[in-house]
Design a protein around this ligand. Structure first.
Ligand SMILES: [Fe+2]
Ligand SMILES: [Fe+2]
Length: 453
């Protein structure tokens, strides 16, 4: 239900009051009248919500201006109108200044003038009220929005904190998974080498060479990781065939044996791709015997259509096989010649420079047929220059250093510090005395390459 619109008329002449009532008879206003300022103030005090106050200026005891000035304090929102005589300009000014009158009408007034003036004032009053309500609403909504924003801010902070925690957990799980995957890779490679002693360290050596070549040409770490995994597992498909595949050189195989041998990359891919995260490595395993010239197997891919990682693993495989069992000087010269001879036929010519650099850095005469011994040492016996032959994993499963790393002062200090509080359960293994072409060297100081187990 809407509030009634209240109007107060104040005039000391009863017949004027009567006339005013009559004028507004048909309007939907609630009309109050008073015959003096005093009575008018009393009505205002007893009844709230007046929209318009109309008063005569000239009244005994209290003038219209005085009355309006007091009425303003009681009903500040009401619009005030004063009625004055023609010549009474001072009184009108007074009423406006003191009483805050909104308008004045000259006496005698026209009925219509009074009616329209009051109607306009009522409309203005309604607009003021509406504005105020809207302003209140906006203010309240702003406060609610502020409150909501602040709650939202807290929620976002809390969610960010939760996400950070989850991220840290995921990171830890990832590290553990990676460590466990590394262990699996090393185990597979070791299994292959166990099957045939002549293959000893082959996969690990190929991994060392492939990682170095990949680093040399600036491949990003994730690609290097895939290449490393593929290199460790590149010949795993030989497991599926007869022992001949492992023991006989391809060039002395019969036709049937050769066909079986050429299936090993595809069988290898099938095995490796069984582990989701190793699928990309599986592709490289499939193509490690492709030739740049297009006469390799299993798919006879040519040039750039051979995945770069597979070209690198193939090159590393070739270097390892070529360098095996020779002494250093012979091996370097022999492999370098082979490298140049095979460029454009077997090997991607753009990788020759990297291959040449790597054979100078990695003493390949220790690779291949060489029988590199591995010894377990206590942490306090570790020394600069020693070559790790297995990953170093802390007691709580954190991978600290990969197989193949050569210890220096910094890595040694870090290992000592971490392993003191979190000792490894899987042991520390380094390269020891060699029995063939590297014989006579002391462990680690001959610069022999990594031999991941
Ligand atoms: Fe192979
Ligand atoms: Fe191989």
């Amino acid at each position: 239900m809407t509030e009634p619109i209240r109007i107060l008329f104040v005039d000391d002449e009863a017949n004027i009051i009567k006339a005013m009532r009559r004028i507004f008879d048909e309007e939907k206003y609630e009309i109050f009248t008073a015959t003096s300022g005093k009575e008018g103030l009393s009505i205002l005090r007893d009844n709230a919500g007046f929209a318009v106050i109309v008063t005569d200026q000239r009244m005994p005891e209290m003038s219209g201006a005085e009355f309006l000035s007091k009425a303003k304090e009681i009903a500040p929102d009401a619009l005030r109108i004063v009625l004055t005589g023609y010549a009474d300009v001072t009184a009108a000014v007074d009423a406006i200044n003191k009483g805050g009158a909104h308008r004045y009408l000259s006496k005698p007034w026209q009925e219509n003038d009074l009616l329209h003036t009051v109607q306009d004032a009522v409309q203005l009053y309604s607009l003021h009220l509406q504005n105020r309500r809207l302003a209140d609403l906006v203010r309240r909504q702003n406060e609610e929005l502020k409150e909501w924003n602040s709650r939202l801010g807290q929620r976002v902070l809390e969610q960010t904190r939760q996400m950070r925690l989850q991220n840290e957990n995921l990171k830890e799980i990832n590290t553990r998974l990676k460590t466990s995957l590394d262990g699996t890779l090393s185990s597979f490679a070791a299994l292959l080498e166990l099957r045939d002693p002549s293959e000893r360290h082959h996969s690990g050596n190929v991994a060392v060479l492939a990682v170095k070549i990949a680093g040399e040409i600036g491949l990003p770490p994730n690609e290097v990781e895939t290449i490393r995994a593929a290199a460790l597992l590149h010949d795993i498909g030989k497991f599926g065939g007869s022992g001949i595949l492992l023991t006989k050189k391809p060039e002395s195989m019969t036709f049937a044996e050769r066909i079986a041998y050429e299936e090993h990359p595809v069988r290898g891919q099938t095995v490796v791709s069984g582990i989701d995260s190793l699928r990309p490595a599986g592709v490289l395993v499939r193509h490690h015997h492709e030739y740049w010239s297009g006469i390799g197997f299993p798919d006879a891919l040519r040039g750039d259509s051979i995945p770069l990682g597979a070209r690198i693993v193939g090159l590393a495989d070739f270097l390892e096989r070529s360098g095996g069992g020779r002494d250093r000087e012979d091996a370097v010269a022999f492999v370098r010649d082979a490298l140049h001879r095979e460029a454009n036929t077997r090997i991607d010519p753009s990788l020759v420079a990297a291959g040449e650099k790597v054979i100078l850095e990695v003493p390949i005469f220790c690779l291949g047929g060489g029988d590199v011994a591995e010894i377990e040492v206590r942490v306090e016996r570790l020394a600069p220059g020693m070559l790790l032959t297995r990953d170093v994993v802390s007691g709580t499963g954190v991978l600290l250093l990969r197989a193949g790393a050569v210890l220096d002062g910094t890595s040694l200090a870090a290992l000592h510090r971490i392993l003191r509080s979190d000792p490894s359960r899987s042991g520390l293994y380094v390269q020891g005395e060699k029995e063939t072409s590297c014989s006579g060297s002391t462990p680690g100081n001959d610069g022999c390459p990594q031999v991941p187990s």
